[in-house]
Design a protein around this ligand. Structure first.
Ligand SMILES: NC(=O)c1ccc[n+]([C@@H]2O[C@H](COP(=O)([O-])OP(=O)(O)OC[C@H]3O[C@@H](n4cnc5c(N)ncnc54)[C@H](OP(=O)(O)O)[C@@H]3O)[C@@H](O)[C@H]2O)c1
Length: 339
């Protein structure tokens, strides 16, 4: 908590502009909040192409119009993706690969916070599907295009980057012994009956952000930095629409929002830094948790023996579950992660 209060008081430094010419930047969840602000910061660096993936093309086009008006940058493409529906993620990945052909920077920013169980048509709890499972589904489906981009830019000293937006709230959650010892942890944490326990859903958002950190580490372990740099970022507490699905926001959170929160623009800068910063020492960022524009140690549970065991377990279970959803996912996972 000490770090939280100190960090939130610090001004977020301006971004050092990077040369993004010829590069394709994809921001997932770009129509509002931090994703929109991050997309705007990228636009100011004139990438070869900026791609906004939003729940509908209309939402993306509205955001693109505002970005054009505010930055003067115009090479923006919009795609629809609903991250709570696996078939939509699969269709988007296919469309993106055909339409764009390269991917230098992927920012998986989209996220939701629910404190009541909401099931998806695919049979998962919404926070886990949108914040976690779809992030890994999309990133793996786009891996061939990322690797193709990496191979085509081998003469440059930096690699493509995949950045997942997590949160400092992952420090606050400790999976229970019952969850950790269940034969299938992914099934357990998505079980509607289990999720009907208020204590389970009370920390669900934090839990999903812990899984972001664990997925990032495991992906980085399996993907050499010579192919792509993978990291996750905490943008800090920011004013946005993230709390829209939560009734009865606690007094503590309301006070924090009032006195300690940052603007969405500042949070967007934190995200962009994780996606383009430190290029001269990018391997130091591989698999790492970035907060306040530097590598920080992850939360206590994440760095514990149990945290590493959960990382492997939840990764294996997720790969198995997503392989059933998409034969293409299975093929890519077998190609790149078999060891
Ligand atoms: N705000 C904070 O204090 C804070 C702190 C730490 C981390 N974060 C993380 O920052 C990221 C951005 O959050 P935010 O604060 O900017 O929240 P936000 O204003 O609610 O924006 C969330 C974004 O995710 C998109 N999204 C949600 N569900 C989706 C779905 N099923 N399909 C496609 N897109 C979907 C939203 O699109 P729609 O408009 O269509 O719903 C929106 O673009 C999240 O990962 C969040 O966990 C935020």
């Amino acid at each position: 908590m000490y770090h939280f209060y100190v960090d939130q008081w610090q001004a977020v430094p301006p971004l050092e502009p990077e040369d993004l010419s010829g590069q394709t930047v994809l921001v997932v969840g770009a129509n509002i909040g931090l994703g929109f602000e991050a997309a705007k910061s990228f636009a100011r660096m004139s990438p070869g192409r900026l791609v906004l993936a939003c729940r509908s093309v209309k939402k993306g086009e509205d955001a693109a119009k505002r970005i054009r008006e505010e930055t003067g940058y115009g090479n923006i493409a919009c795609y629809a993706v609903d991250l709570s529906v696996f078939s939509s993620v699969i269709a988007f990945a296919e469309e993106f690969e055909k339409g764009e052909g390269r991917l230098d920077i992927l920012v998986y920013n989209a996220g939701v916070a629910w404190r009541k169980y909401q099931g998806t048509a695919d049979g998962y709890e919404t926070c886990i599907q949108v914040n976690d499972l779809s992030s890994i589904l999309l990133c793996v489906l786009l891996l061939p295009v990322v690797i193709k981009t990496s191979e085509a830019t081998v003469e440059k000293e930096y690699r493509p980057r995949m950045t997942f937006v997590t949160s400092e709230t992952h420090f606050w959650v400790r999976p229970t012994p019952e969850e950790l010892s269940s034969p299938n942890m992914l099934e357990k944490i998505n079980d509607p009956a289990y999720c009907s326990l208020p204590s389970v859903m009370a920390c669900r958002y934090w839990y999903s952000k812990l899984i972001n950190v664990l997925f990032t580490r495991e992906l980085a372990k399996r993907l050499p930095p010579s192919k792509a740099i993978v990291n996750c970022v905490n943008p800090g507490l920011c004013r946005s629409s993230l709390g829209r699905n939560i009734d009865n926001i606690s007094l503590r959170l309301r006070l924090w929002m009032r006195f300690w929160s940052r603007t969405a623009e500042a949070g967007g800068r934190e995200i962009v830094w994780a996606a383009i910063g430190g290029r001269h020492r990018e391997r130091e960022l591989h698999g790492k948790y970035i907060s306040d524009m530097e590598v920080r140690e992850e939360g206590d549970f994440a760095v514990s023996r149990q945290g590493y065991a959960m990382q492997e377990k939840i990764w294996n279970e997720s790969i198995e579950a997503l392989s059933r959803v998409s034969p293409r996912f299975k093929e890519i996972a077998e190609t790149y992660f078999s060891n």
